[in-house]
Structures are given as structure tokens and as C-alpha cells.
Design a protein around this ligand. Sequence first.
Ligand code: SF4
Ligand code: SF4
Length: 417
Amino acid sequence: MLSFVARPDAAQPARGQVDVVDAWTNEEVKAGIAELLLRWEHRLPADRTTAIVIKPNLNNDLVALSGNCTDLRVLDALCAELRARSYTDITIADGSNVGIARREISTFRRLRVDSLVTRYGVRIVDLNKDPGTPVVLHNDAHPTVANTILNAGFLISVPKVKTHAEAQLSCAMKNWVGICCGQDKRHMHYDLSRNIFAINEVVQPDLILVDGLVGMEGNGPGDGEPFRFGHLVMSDDAFVNDAVVARLVGLSWRDVPYLGHAMDAGALTGEIAARLELEIPMLRPIKRPPARTRLAKLAENRSLEWLKRTVRPIVQKPEVTEVAYKLKIVQDVYFLEDDTLRVTGRAVEKCGTCTRCVGFCPTGLALEDIGRKTTLPDCAQCLYCWWVCPNDAIVLTGEPNGMARQIARYKKEIEQL
Ligand code: SF4
Ligand code: SF4
């Protein structure tokens, strides 16, 4: 285990500890999260009835193995560990991006989070529909922050590690954009980096569990390439956490503007940054996002908001968005129809001996049960076994519908992770 303590001389409990473990297969994810939580046991609430709110990163409907969203293996292991400690009040809450919210798409459903967590009796809250409380940030931004987050007894942030075309890096601090309700998330873009820092000053998670299994690099967060990172990170301080994660992927705090704001405000210090560079190794350099095109910047221009609203009925059509995607104005193309895909079998004659499907199955099925046990509580129909199978051995029924585009974009890359 790799550890960093930002303020070793501070009176305990001081924030600013970060632990990193290796993990790749489902078995390793479960063992890694068990090890981390054992180490952080003293920070968990003593009262087993505390309202625990888990905030993953489900900002889009792209399968987690693309590097975009929180991996179901991490959510499953976290819920299992909390339940094993007899916590009775657990909620998974997130508010997806504005495009998803406007189209009333449920990422909980598309990503199968709703199916998976029925195994644990965990409640789901869509923060885009949650009542909220306005907060004042920078440059006239005043988004509404979801009350489920503000009223939580213990908050666990479960971010991803990915590049972000505008913010450069997305991890714990960027994950907090998702605590804003619905279209109010637009306010964050009035001055994104400054507001990412500011909203992390308004409310801090009690614990952070970074899903650093499959990351996304290049043109993230919606159109980058997945890469095998293979780490889990636990921390109690979003600023130090993100500075450490930046270092792990070969970035300096200077490369990430919101970390610069944390530095200016004293949430990070030159001493912490210098020590971090000495003590934390670079594990895997991330391919940085390309410079945003002029058109992409223009599309985000706040003074043109009225124009965007006027042309939205046309621009929202998938064929028009596809053109905008090709012109690199947008990263995301959304489809209204959910997929109906289901795993119904495993073709033994095509199956090799790789056991990749076993390593990625969040419910921990053995090879002989993959494609045989196809309903809850054994199988959440997440399709991970199908995504990773290089031999086309997992049998599916149903229609891809809105998932067709991401299958064309990511299936081959995910098979090679
Ligand atoms: S990933 Fe595919 S080929 Fe490999 S063991 Fe599973 S079903 Fe067989
Ligand atoms: S068997 Fe396949 S579809 Fe079912 S939970 Fe495991 S990985 Fe997901």
C-alpha cells in the first residue's frame, strides 16, 4: 500500500491522508476495498443508523469500462462492506450531466446501478430531481445543491480517474459538480475551475474512494480512450486526494487549474506539493486532453445561452448532434431509447480460458455460472462479461437501441483492456 499524509504534525484527526492499493479483478477490488475500509474504520460513523450517502460519478450513460462512470464492482464491494458493518441507511445519489437530465434519461437504469444495489436494499436518489439549497460561488454562479447531500450523516464520494477537456482532470473535486441539481450545473461553467474549488469548500465528503480501475484518457470525459490503471485510492480530503491522483497519472498540480485555486486558497501548500512529488511515484502517465476547438469554446459561451436555448429543439436531434460531434463541438450524442440487452448464455464452443468475464463480474459469479444464472441476486445484467469477452462467447438477446453507438465506439477497446 502506498500512503501519503499531508499534515503529519497536525492534531488528529486532521484531514489529508491518502492510501493507494492495486486492484484489477473483481476479487482484487473486493479485497482492496476491505483492506482500505479496515484501515479507515475509525473514520466510519459509530452510529449504525447514520444516513450514509454514496455519490458515484454517473455523469453519462457510458459503461464504466469505457472509463467514464463508476465501476459497479466498486459500488458492489462498498455496499457489501457497509452492510457487513450493519449500517442500515445507505443511499446512492447522483445527478447526471445536463444533457442526460434534460432528456429524462436514467443513468441508474442504463448503467444497471439500480439492479445491482437491490442486492443490498440500498436507496437510489436522482439528485437532478432532489430539492436543493442555493449556494453562491464565483462569477455569479449560484447553483442549487441537493439536500440529500447537504443533509447526509456521512458522505462517501466515489469518483473516477479521467481527463476532462475543460478541467484537465476529473477525480474527487470534479465529481462534486454532480451534487448540483439539474440544469443548475450549468452555473459551474461560468468559471469552471474556480467553481470546482469553491463547491468543494461548501461541502466536503467524509471519505473518498477513487475508482481507479479503468480510467479514461485523451478526449475525456465523454469521448476519450479507456486505459488500465488498476488502483483504488482512499482519502478524507478532496484537495490532497486530487493532487496525489494527478501525480500518480503524471500531472502536476500546475496542470490542473482547480488545484491551482486550492493552492492559492491554502487548501494545498507548496510544502505539501513538494513532499508529494518526492514521496508519490508516477504510476502511469495519462494522455492529456486535446485543446478545445474554437467552436467548442463558443458553444460554452454564456452570452450565447439564449441562442442555444432557441436552437435546442434542432440541435438535440441525434443526427444534428452527430455532426456537432464530428466537428468536435460536443463529446456526447444521446439517444432516448434504452437498450433491452440481456445475457442469456455462454457459448462453450467459443469460450477460451481467459476468465476475463469472471474478473469483471461485479456479483462475483464463477465461470460456469456466467450465462447460466441470469437473474438477481446472482446477475445484475450489467453486460460487463459481454463487454470484456474477446471471443464473442457471451450470448445476448434484445436490442442495443441507445447503446449501439457506444458499442461501436468502445467494444473493441474494452476487449483489450
Ligand atoms: S471472457 Fe469470454 S472467452 Fe474468456 S472465459 Fe469468459 S466467456 Fe470465455
Ligand atoms: S454474469 Fe455478466 S451480466 Fe451478469 S452480473 Fe456478471 S458480468 Fe454482469
